[in-house]
Design a protein around this ligand. Structure first.
Ligand SMILES: [Zn+2]
Length: 594
C-alpha cells in the first residue's frame, strides 16, 4: 500500500548520523579493511602470551572495529531498505559483502585463539578486573570448546556448506515459487503462500476457508520434495552432532540461547499443561462468531473492528505509556524521533514490515515502520521501541560485545513495551470495537508465540527422535507427528481440515535454524511474568527493570531475571505466567462480548 502523495505527518530517516554519502561509506570500507589487517598483523598468534591489561586493549580495539563495521553495514542496509533499486546502495552491498568477509576473516583469530587457551590461564584472565566488562561473553565462547573438533576435521565439515545450502534453497524455492489460483475477492488470480496466509485475517469466512483449502491443495504435490529436503537436513545435523559429541539435538540451539536443557524443558512442559487455556478461547470465539465449532481458518478471524490511529496519535500513545512507566524510556523514544531515526509510512520501493537496528555506542538506533493507521501498527511501534530503548540503555553501560542478547532475552523488552501500550489503551480507549479488537489481538498473538511455537518445537523434537532411530522422514510419517502434536494443543476445540496434515511442509525455520521458535515462547512468557511483578509493586519493579535493560547481554538470561525472583528451571515459575495469560483470555472474552 504505497502512498504517492507526500503526507504532512510523514517522518523519514536522516542517515547523516551514519554516513554523509556513498563516497564516504566506500572510503570507510577501505579504511576499515586496512585497520583490521593491521590489527591482525599485530596480535595474530599472540593471544596466549597477553596479560590482563594487554588482553583488555585487544578487546577494546576489536570492539571499536566491530562498531565501525556495524556503522557501515547499517548505512548500506538502511539505504537498501528505503529503495531496493537504489544503484549506489546495491554497489555498497556488494562492497560490504566482499570487504565484510575480508574483515571478518582478519578478526577470526581472536575467538579461535581465546578458545584454544588452556583453562588455567583463561580463568586467571577472566578473574581479572580489567576483563570484567567482557567476562560473560568470553566465558560463553569457551563453553563451545568441548564440541570443537581438530582444524582439518572442522575444514572437512565446512566443506559440506554448499550441499547443505542447496537443500535449503531447494526448499525455499519450492515454497516461494508456489502460486495457487484463488479468488480472494477480486476474481481468480495466482496467490503466493504468504498471500493465502494473510487471507486468514479477513472477516469473510468463505475467503478464509477457501484460502486454507487452496494453500494445502497447492502444497500437496510438492510435499514429497519438501519432506526430502527436511529428511536430508535432519540426517546431516544428527551426524554432525554425533561427531561433535552433543547430548541431544536441541543442545546447540540451547547453548546459543544461553539456556540449559532443564529450563527449556520446564517451560515446554508448563506450556503443554496449559493448552486448555487456548482451547477455552477457541470455544468462546466460536460462540462469538456464531459457530458451533471453530475451524482452523477461523483461528485469526477478526473480532470487533478497531478505529484508525493516525501517526501523531500513535507517537502520543507510545510516548505517554512509556513515560508513565519510566520517563527515561519516553526520553529515548523522543530522542530517536528528533534525530530522524524513524521512517514511518510505507513508500514505493521501501522494505516491508518493521525492525529496529542498533548501530554503535555513539549513534542512536534506527527504526523502520510501515505505518498504515491500524491499531496493530501502534503495537508494532511500541515493540520496536522496546528494542530501541533496550539497545540505548545497554550500550550506555556495556561494551559493544556485551550489549547484545540472544533472541530469548532480546524479545522480552519489546514484548513488555507492547503490554505497556496495550494497557494504556485499554484504560483510556472508549470505542468498544477498538477495545474488543485490542484484547483479542493481544491474547491471540500471545497464543501464537507461546502455544504454536511450542507445538512446532515438540514436532521438531519428535522428528529428530524418529530420524535418530534410523527411520526416514517421509510425508506420511511427518504428517502423523504433525497432527499428533497439533491435536495435543487444539483437542476438539477446533476442527483441523484434512489438508492440514502437511502443515509442517512450508515452515522455513525447520529448514534454516532448528528449534528457533521456542525463543519467542520464552520471551512472551518472561514478559508476562515481569508484567505481573510490575503490577504487584511498580515502585520496586521499575529500577530493577531498567537495570536489567542496562545489563544488555552481560549476564545469562537466568541471572538477568533472578532479581525478580524468577527461577527459570522451575516449572512453577512458568505456571505463574499462565495465570497471567488466562486473565488476558478472560478479559478478551468479556470485551469481545460487550
Ligand atoms: Zn522484536
Amino acid at each position: 500500500m504505497a502512498t504517492t502523495e507526500p503526507r504532512a505527518d510523514d517522518v523519514r530517516w536522516d542517515l547523516s548520523d551514519l554516513c554523509a554519502d556513498a563516497a564516504e561509506a566506500r572510503a570507510g570500507w577501505a579504511a576499515l579493511v586496512e585497520r583490521s589487517a593491521d590489527f591482525a598483523a599485530r596480535y595474530r598468534g599472540k593471544i596466549a602470551s597477553l596479560d590482563a591489561p594487554g588482553m583488555r586493549a585487544v578487546l577494546d580495539e576489536s570492539d571499536e572495529l566491530a562498531q565501525e563495521l556495524s556503522r557501515l553495514q547499517v548505512y548500506t542496509f538502511l539505504r537498501l531498505s528505503m529503495d531496493a533499486t537504489d544503484v549506489e546502495a546495491n554497489d555498497l552491498t556488494t562492497i560490504g559483502r566482499d570487504r565484510g568477509a575480508d574483515i571478518e576473516n582478519d578478526l577470526l583469530f581472536l575467538g579461535l585463539e581465546w578458545i584454544a587457551l588452556d583453562d588455567a590461564p583463561a580463568e586467571a584472565l577472566l578473574a581479572s578486573e580489567e576483563l570484567a566488562p567482557y567476562a560473560h561473553k568470553l566465558r560463553v565462547e569457551r563453553e563451545e570448546k568441548p564440541y570443537v573438533l581438530s582444524e582439518p576435521e572442522e575444514q572437512a565439515l565446512n566443506a559440506r556448506g554448499p550441499v547443505v545450502s542447496s537443500w535449503q534453497s531447494l526448499h525455499d524455492r519450492q515454497v516461494s515459487t508456489l502460486e495457487v489460483p484463488f479468488d480472494s475477492g477480486d476474481g481468480v488470480r495466482p496467490h503466493t503462500v504468504s498471500e493465502l496466509l494473510s487471507c486468514l485475517h479477513r472477516s469473510d469466512r468463505d475467503v478464509r476457508l477457501g484460502a486454507v483449502d487452496a494453500l494445502f491443495a497447492g502444497l500437496a504435490p510438492r510435499a514429497d520434495v519438501l519432506a526430502s529436503c527436511y529428511d536430508a537436513l535432519v540426517g546431516d545435523r544428527l551426524t554432525v552432532d554425533r561427531l561433535r559429541g552433543f547430548g541431544n539435538p536441541m543442545q546447540p540451539t540451547n547453548m546459543d540461547n544461553e539456556l540449559d536443557d532443564e529450563t527449556v524443558e520446564a517451560m515446554l512442559t508448563a506450556t503443554e499443561e496449559s493448552y486448555g487455556i487456548g482451547r477455552k478461547w477457541f470455544e468462546a470465539k466460536a460462540r462469538l462468531l456464531g459457530l458451533d465449532r471453530l475451524a482452523l481458518a477461523d483461528q485469526y478471524a477478526p473480532l470487533g473492528e478497531a478505529r484508525a490511529f493516525s501517526w501523531p496519535e500513535a507517537v502520543e500513545v507510545v510516548d505517554t505509556s512509556f513515560g508513565r512507566f519510566a520517563p527515561r524510556l519516553a526520553e529515548i523514544f523522543r530522542a530517536c524521533l528528533d534525530a530522524g531515526h524513524v521512517d514511518a509510512l510505507p513508500h514505493s520501493g521501501k522494505a516491508p514490515s518493521a525492525y529496529c537496528t542498533a548501530v554503535s555506542k555513539q549513534i542512536l538506533p534506527y527504526v523502520l515502520m510501515n505505518y498504515t493507521d491500524r491499531l496493530r501498527d501502534v503495537s508494532t511501534l511500541a515493540h520496536e521501541f522496546g528494542h530501541a530503548t533496550h539497545n540505548v540503555l545497554a550500550l550506555e553501560q556495556q561494551t559493544w560485545r556485551s550489549h547484545r542478547c540472544g533472541i530469548p532475552m532480546a524479545e522480552v523488552p519489546s514484548t513488555f513495551a507492547q503490554s505497556l501500550t496495550d494497557d494504556y489503551l485499554l484504560e483510556n480507549e472508549t470505542d468498544l470495537g477498538t477495545r474488543a479488537s485490542l484484547a483479542a489481538d493481544r491474547v491471540e498473538s500471545a497464543f501464537a508465540s507461546i502455544y504454536r511455537q511450542t507445538v512446532l518445537a515438540r514436532f521438531e523434537q519428535r522428528a529428530y527422535g524418529v530420524r535418530g532411530e534410523g527411520l526416514s522422514l517421509g510425508v506420511e510419517r511427518l504428517s502423523e507427528l504433525w497432527i499428533e502434536e497439533n491435536t495435543r494443543y487444539y483437542g476438539d476445540s477446533l476442527a483441523l481440515p484434512e489438508g492440514y496434515a502437511i502443515g509442517w511442509s512450508y515452515i522455513p525455520h525447520f529448514i534454516h535454524v532448528r528449534f528457533y521458535t521456542y525463543a519467542y515462547a520464552f520471551a512472551q512468557l518472561v514478559a508476562l511474568l515481569l508484567y505481573r511483578r510490575y503490577r504487584e509493586d511498580p515502585e520496586a519493579f521499575v529500577p530493577k527493570y531498567l537495570a536489567m535493560l542496562s545489563a544488555g547481554g552481560s549476564a545469562s538470561p537466568a541471572d538477568l531475571v533472578a532479581p525478580f525472583g524468577l527461577d527459570l528451571r522451575s516449572t512453577d515459575t512458568w505456571r505463574e505466567a499462565f495465570a497471567e495469560l488466562d486473565a488476558m483470555r478472560v478479559e478478551a472474552e468479556t470485551l469481545s462480548a460487550a
